[in-house]
Write a protein that binds this ligand. Sequence first.
Ligand SMILES: C[S@@+](CC[C@H](N)C(=O)[O-])C[C@H]1O[C@@H](n2cnc3c(N)ncnc32)[C@H](O)[C@@H]1O
Length: 233
Amino acid sequence: MNWQTRKDYLKQFPVEIPTKAFDRYGDILLDWNERMNLTRITDEDDMMDKHFIDSLTPTLASAYEGTGKILDLGTGAGFPGMVLAMVSPERDVHLMDSLNKRITFLDHVVKELGLTNVSTFHGRAEEAGRDRKFREQYGLVVSRAVARLPILAEYCLPFVRLGGHLIAMKGAEAVEEVEEAKRAIEILGGQLEEIVDLRLPGGDERHLVVIKKVKGTPEKYPRGGGKPRKDPL
Ligand SMILES: C[S@@+](CC[C@H](N)C(=O)[O-])C[C@H]1O[C@@H](n2cnc3c(N)ncnc32)[C@H](O)[C@@H]1O
């Protein structure tokens, strides 16, 4: 990918950008994508902007600061979690997805890139969020393109430890989604901290919805049996 064309935009990120490793990751993604449905974004400029650069945006929120463990819920082909692990090698990054074939792909990327700070988990938010191994264990949870905010809050907030944050990566409907999710956020122990407004190099609108965990999540959440999606809070 021609990272030189994004040089000025990349300057704003408070991290070193490993462009060669990003290229290698992009090549593996395109190769596996021929046999496995991993992404619809395959054009070089779109890959740079909508996968890699978009995945870097959580580093712009003050909630990203610190050294705690990060969970990417519904990571798919590793966005944003794998990219964040690559730019923050000092932080443990956990990638979770309910589709096992995506985990097989992620494990391959981890091995090929020699990443030592990434762990992958095959699991559903509704079950893993009730498991002591994961519940309230993360200083930061990030998630992109998994569900609208009322559902996403029920998927993600149970994983966040008290005082930690959820960064929900959202598009143009962010403010509307925050409005819809007000009740859910409060029930689940969250509090809206800030919305960071951004544009990708191509001009696409992005918003980081930053929610702080201010109270423990009541034991009954997340609900099982597909309830968060069927009957959002
Ligand atoms: C549209 S993809 C987005 C993938 C990636 N975050 C991205 O932005 O490129 C949504 C992903 O969320 C996963 N997912 C959906 N519901 C989930 C759940 N309840 N628990 C865990 N993963 C889930 C899907 O398997 C899929 O990989």
